[in-house]
Design a protein around this ligand. Structure first.
Ligand code: CA
Length: 565
């Protein structure tokens, strides 16, 4: 497991969504350039410039190699057309630095450097572009030198961004996409560097919604300049904060993309931090002592599994339909004289708070959605603290010594509307539907970094706003992945080729009713595949055949478990 980052200043914190920056295995690249890119993301700011210079020296080397390749190709008449095209595109890469992008409406852009990167393994040669969108949004774009598929993709960020997740572009680049990623308007030593927030309204707005939009504008313009034609289709792909960006785009700028994949999105970033503080507080008593430890969480989890593991027909630790699981932690309350394999009243209260999400002392819900049954083992590290409020994310001021215990759950939640630029909870998606845009959201049921509850609540609110399930599924589809953690990992069938699924929906009109996920096991355990169905439905074993094969599962309606029934 990755170590939690050390955050500035003087604060060691373990953001539970650190895994957000993990790139799924099927999107990793082994190219030297991509490794360099990761290095660039993780270095301290002064070293960023050094890494950049290093990149430029590599780029020069790459350019020479590309020229040598072109000279070699010149001797082959059968490839004359292709080599001429490649030559032109190599020259076009260099020419991008001299091109004028300052007049892109709403997104004046300056190119800082360009250079060819040679092909490595499965990664194609590409033109790499660094630039800035006014006033301070850093972008990196990667444009395949050959075999551009005519399409554009923007890849999202993770954590609080501040670095460019351009490595996430590589899986789409291998398919011929031109791809852009941004730092969302500020620089950080790593994605959980919080120094940028305080007194930085422009930075907050860029992070909130602007950077994703203007990066799309700039990326399309750069692609058009490089290839001599605008992209024929545009897509967005991101998870965690990247998912947040995708949902925000669907609401604010539904004309930017033909299709959006939003994995494990935050719904309203201010609210996410409010909920995070609730979970932290829920599991600590007045003296700061933890209430639910590993032993109690294991008891909760095992009791939930005993009740609901078999809802999918397989005893595998995966609850297929957590929303339908009627587990109540109060059933574990210690009886008179009972001291083991039971929970104290305080422990039961804490567990109920995890499942419910924030409430005030009158018992009224003050936010939307929370953890699902089955995720208990990760609760010990769930939640995050007051630092996000102290440093200004919430949009209101606190004292410099503001602590977790200072947040008043009967009062302070009423102040959370002061930073509306973080709010992507608008369920009115009529403009997205009218524009012909398609939105896929996926979420792991065992996610405790960005729990799925708020996303489920958002989807259901969209259904109510847009005229019901059928009208919503025409352009917006939600898939829950049983047993998956945050953006990947866990025990579920989490690996899905979402981009291909979205392409088929947008370009071929084939809407995904079900998709097949693959679990890549570690050790001697077998890999398995399992179908994933549109929310609220789920997969159940037919009772015969190999349980590791998706074909032996059928679709079961999750309708009775919907929160509005
Ligand atoms: Ca199961």
């Amino acid at each position: 497991m990755r170590e939690c980052p050390l955050l500035w200043p003087r604060v060691v914190i373990c953001p539970t969504f650190w895994n957000a920056i993990r790139i799924p295995a099927n999107e990793r690249t082994t190219s030297r350039e991509s490794e360099l890119s990761l290095q660039e993301q993780r270095v301290e700011l002064p070293r960023y410039a050094m890494a950049h210079l290093h990149m430029m020296s590599k780029t020069i080397f790459g350019t020479l190699a590309a020229i040598a390749e072109l000279l070699l190709l010149t001797a082959l008449p059968s490839t004359a057309v292709a080599e001429e095209t490649a030559h032109n595109q190599a020259a076009a890469c260099t020419a991008l630095k001299r091109a004028n992008f300052s007049d892109i409406a709403d997104a004046p852009t300056w190119i800082i450097s360009t250079g060819l990167v040679i092909a490595t393994g499965a990664d194609p040669a590409y033109c790499k572009v660094f630039g800035t969108i006014e006033p301070r949004i850093g972008i990196e774009m990667r444009l395949p030198v050959k075999n551009w598929n005519g399409k554009f993709l923007e890849y999202g960020c993770g954590g609080w961004c501040g670095v460019i997740f351009s490595d996430g572009c590589m899986s789409s680049l291998r398919r011929g996409y031109a791809c852009i990623a941004s730092d969302m308007g500020h620089k950080g030593s790593q994605p959980f560097d919080l120094r940028w927030w305080k007194d930085n309204l422009q930075g907050q707005i860029d992070f909130g919604f602007r950077a994703t939009h203007v990066a799309a504008l700039a990326g399309k313009a750069i692609a058009a300049q490089y290839y001599g034609a605008p992209p024929i289709k545009s897509y967005y792909y991101g998870c965690s904060t990247g998912g947040y960006q995708g949902v925000m785009e669907a609401q604010r700028f539904p004309w930017d993309f033909d299709g959006i994949i939003a994995g494990a999105p935050d719904i309203d970033s201010t609210q996410s931090n409010f909920r995070g503080l609730w979970w932290t507080r829920s599991n600590h008593d007045a003296n700061g002592n933890q209430i639910l430890g590993e032993k109690e969480l294991t008891l909760l989890h095992n009791t939930a599994l005993a009740l609901c593991d078999l809802d999918d027909g397989v005893k595998d630790g995966i609850i297929g339909n957590p929303l339908g699981c009627k587990f109540k932690p109060r059933t574990l309350l210690c009886k008179q004289g009972e001291t083991s394999r039971c929970l104290s009243s305080a422990q039961v209260d804490a567990a109920e708070k995890f499942y419910s999400g924030p409430v005030n002392s009158a018992g009224e819900l003050t936010s939307t959605g929370s953890f699902l049954v089955g995720s208990e083992l990760a609760w010990e590290k769930a939640g995050w603290g007051s630092i996000y409020f102290r440093d200004g994310l919430a949009g209101y001021s606190t004292g410099a010594d503001f602590k977790d215990a200072d947040f008043d759950f009967d009062r302070d939640y009423k102040r959370l509307g002061l930073a509306p630029w973080y709010d992507n909870s608008n369920p009115d998606l009529r403009r997205l539907k009218a524009a012909g845009g398609k939105l896929i959201v996926y979420h792991g049921t065992n996610d405790t970094d960005d729990p799925p509850g708020p996303v489920i609540d958002y989807y259901e609110t969209v259904e109510k706003t847009m005229g019901g399930q059928k009208n919503t599924e025409a352009f917006f589809r939600l898939f829950l992945i049983p047993g998956m953690n945050h953006c990947g990992g866990g025990i579920g069938a989490m690996n899905v080729d979402w981009l291909r699924i979205l392409e088929k929906w947008v370009e071929e009109g084939t809407a995904p009713d079900s998709v097949v996920g693959t679990h890549a096991s570690e050790g001697n355990e077998p890999n398995f595949t399992r179908p994933l169905f549109l929310y609220p439905d789920y997969a159940k074993y037919k009772g015969t055949g190999n349980v590791n094969k998706a074909e032996n599962f059928r679709r079961v309606s999750g309708e009775p478990s919907r929160s509005d029934q």
